[in-house]
Ligand binder design. Sequence first.
Ligand code: F6R
Length: 617
Amino acid sequence: MCGITGYLGPRSAVDTALNNLKRLEYRGYDSAGVAYPNCTHVQVVRAAGKIANLEGVLLATPHAANVAIAHTRWATHGGPSESNAHPHGDCSGRIAVVHNGIIENYASLRSELVASGHQFASETDTEVLAHLIEANLPSGQPGPEEIAGAIRVALRRVRGSYAIALISQDAPDMVFVARQDSPLVIGIGDGETFLASDIPAVMRYTRKVILLEDGDFATLTSERIGITDLHGVPVLRFPIEVTWDDAAAEKDGYEHFMLKEIHEGPRTVRDTLRGRMAGKGRVELPGVAFTPQEWAGFQRFVIVGCGTAYHAGVVGKRLFEQLLHRPVETAVASEFRYSEPILDAQTLVILVSQSGETADTLAAMRAAKPKGAKTLAIVNVVGSTLAREADATLLTQAGPEIGVASTKAYLAQLTALTLLGLFLVQTRPCEPTGATQETIDTLLWGLHGLPAVLERCLQDEAQIASLAESLAQHSSFFYLGRGYDYAISLEAALKLKEISYLHAEAYPAGEMKHGPLALVESGVAVIGFCTQPITNEKMLSNLKEVKAREGTIIAVIREGDRVPDCADAVITVPNAAAALMPIVTMVSMQLLAYYVAKARGCEIDQPRNLAKSVTVE
Ligand code: F6R
């Protein structure tokens, strides 16, 4: 999705804003632009395509300035072109605005502005903002307070989501920003101020950030940050310290962020477990703000998320049912909201999200609360909207995830869900749970040794890479499994399709003969997960059915298990407790997807049509 950066201070503002904007490239975009005040007007420079194209244009454009705002656009209203790229200006060319989000009532506002004489130069919803603000400015040369007032009045008429940054020729040492349902971060430096739509963009310069909240409007200079609501009433926002390692936002010698992040899997799991595995075989969740009575009172669980985060929930459902013997539902966030979910005060709605800013997941949380349910966010980004608004938060410790395809965050989500499941068992000692003490102890020990097991998975990288070379020739993939193996197949198939653009479909293995088997023929690859002793025999029969139709079979088996006769190739993964096998297996599946995409020459970190952090519904 779109990215915003901005800078005020002694450095070259344009270069600093663009360097920081590159840290947001992972979010996916199709054009870029920058605006800065010069002596006579606000200079806007834009280019379709990559930031490098914009830099090419800037080589021939003087751009010395101490204030700049910059933007990467992911097309929604109007195609990807230079004229639709941000920043957008008003008729006078005195203001320029960048925007993330969607102005829902832009069509009626645009008609009104056109009727009163405003001339539009793009097809975007954002341009409406520039003209609407212009319409509210007094004639002559407005001062900072008048500009701020005009922006606030304009924003009060807007319906939709936005993070905006605006500069004006009439207040050349200032940037005006506002937020509604789209993240915006202010970085506080020494005599300089940064702004961005995501924390990694400012981490190189400062760890002290203010995360604006919905309805906030701020006036920035290099020395001062003034925050009010949309009526001009001052609001207090305290800075937080970001503890993420800045190196985590760099490739660190890896060819792609995705590969680096796959290799960070073991560390991510270790960090997510840290401080939560107490002695005497117990789990502790310090900072997760429910009382013992609340914990013990939850009778039903609903796990909600999008994409990879939803897939983590599918694994979590099985685990919770096994451990707690309580009803657990999973829901795709975009469906949950419109499905009239049956919730009450004894229901815990668990929202899983890496970014904590996914619009559908936020909407699901906001739909659950009025029904009396308690909400728990399993989230990676401290201070994100989900983390702030949920009743309680369990942080995953994946660090910044830059590659669009989620990898280490998924491992962290599964680790957090396992900890949560075990913790919930502890909160109801008098209840007969579904899990035996032996199962619980096995899981606890398994979690303890998990980072080392994942390190071993990574040692098979070369072998998986060479298998991927041959698989890259296949036109279509099925990922089959049963139970936990089916849950993992959902995420494994998603990884392949999003970065290699190959058709990949996950199916419960037993369902194949109820329809999809008709699609199997030579050239179709089938990844069959056989990591669950309880279903392995049936899985083998299903794979034989595929073999009889000339599909290529790659069996995923545990170390020490017999290689199935029907397999054309095998991926062997270390053995672990049944409920932990999804975490173990996923490392190999992430590597497989990565190397297939690489063999096909795909743009791995920024796959086509996709964006990190989907902040529109
Ligand atoms: C896939 C992927 C997406 C995200 C989804 C939710 O690799 O990354 O499917 O999982 O957009 O994002 P978060 O977790 O930020 O809510």
